[in-house]
Design a protein around this ligand. Structure first.
Ligand SMILES: [Zn+2]
Length: 233
C-alpha cells in the first residue's frame, strides 16, 4: 500500500486560513485587553468585587473567588465551585477586568442553572484529554501499518476534539451574553463603558471560533488521508 503523506499543498490550503484566523483573534484579544485594562470603570470596583457582586445577586454565595498567576488565565472550575481570576483582573478596577470577571461569573451561573452545553462540555473533558494526543498517534499508526480499523478509531477519537471545540463556542458566547446583561442591569458599567466590555469579550469569543476551525481543518485533512489511502489500495 502507498499512503501519500506528501500532500502538503492540501493541508496548507486547509490549515493556513485557520491559522491566520487564530493569530488574528489572539492579537485582537491582546490589544483590546491591553487597551481596556488601562481605562478605569467609573464605579471603581475591582474584578474580584464585580465577580462577588454578580455571584451574590445570583445566590451563588457558595462560589469562592481566588487569585491565580498569569495573564488571561481566568477560569471557573465547576467541580470545586471556584472562580479564579488573574492578578490584574482580581485587584484592578478597569473595563477589561469587569468584563473578564463578569464572564467567569457567567460560567458559574451556567453551572448553577445546569446550562446544557456546559454540562456536555464538562462530560467530554476526559475523553478529549485522551483523544487529542492518542487519536493522532493511533490514526498515523493505522495508516502506516495499513490497519484501517486502528486509523478509524484514531479518527473518531480525534473528532471528539473538534466536537468539544464546537460545543465550547455556545458556552463562551452565552457566558459573555450573561456578563454584558448583568453588568448593565446591575449598574456596574455605565454608558460607553459597555462598548469596551463588548470589544474585549467579542475578541475572546473569536478565539474559540478559530479553535474550532483549526480542529476542523485537521480533521478534514485526516479524513482525506484516510479515504485517499483506502482508494489507492
Ligand atoms: Zn469562558
Amino acid at each position: 500500500m502507498h499512503y501519500n503523506f506528501g500532500n502538503y499543498g492540501l493541508y496548507l490550503l486547509l490549515s493556513i486560513p485557520a491559522l491566520l484566523l487564530g493569530l488574528y483573534a489572539q492579537s485582537k484579544v491582546q490589544s483590546s485587553y491591553r487597551k481596556y485594562s488601562q481605562i478605569r470603570i467609573s464605579n471603581g470596583m475591582t474584578g474580584a468585587e464585580v465577580a462577588r457582586k454578580i455571584l451574590d445577586l445570583n445566590n451563588l454565595q457558595n462560589v469562592r473567588i481566588e487569585q491565580v498567576r498569569g495573564t488571561l488565565s481566568d477560569h471557573y472550575d465547576p467541580r470545586k465551585k471556584v472562580l479564579s481570576l488573574s492578578q490584574s483582573v482580581y485587584g484592578t478596577s478597569s473595563i477589561a477586568s469587569a468584563g473578564v470577571a463578569a464572564h467567569e461569573a457567567g460560567h458559574a451561573i451556567q453551572h448553577s442553572k445546569n446550562y446544557g452545553p456546559l454540562s456536555l462540555r464538562s462530560l467530554m473533558v476526559p475523553s478529549v484529554q485522551l483523544g487529542s494526543w492518542l487519536g493522532p498517534i493511533m490514526f498515523m499508526a493505522g495508516l502506516l501499518l495499513a490497519i484501517d480499523n486502528l486509523a478509524l478509531i484514531g479518527l473518531v477519537l480525534f473528532a471528539a476534539t473538534f466536537v468539544f471545540a464546537l460545543v465550547t463556542i455556545p458556552v463562551e458566547r452565552d457566558a459573555s451574553k450573561r456578563a454584558k446583561n448583568i453588568l448593565s442591569s446591575a449598574g456596574i458599567v455605565y454608558g460607553n463603558e459597555a462598548i469596551g466590555v463588548n470589544t474585549v469579550l467579542d475578541a475572546a469569543a473569536l478565539t474559540y471560533v478559530a479553535g474550532a476551525v483549526q480542529a476542523l481543518s485537521t480533521l478534514l485533512y485526516y479524513l482525506m488521508l484516510f479515504t485517499g489511502g483506502r482508494r489507492r489500495r
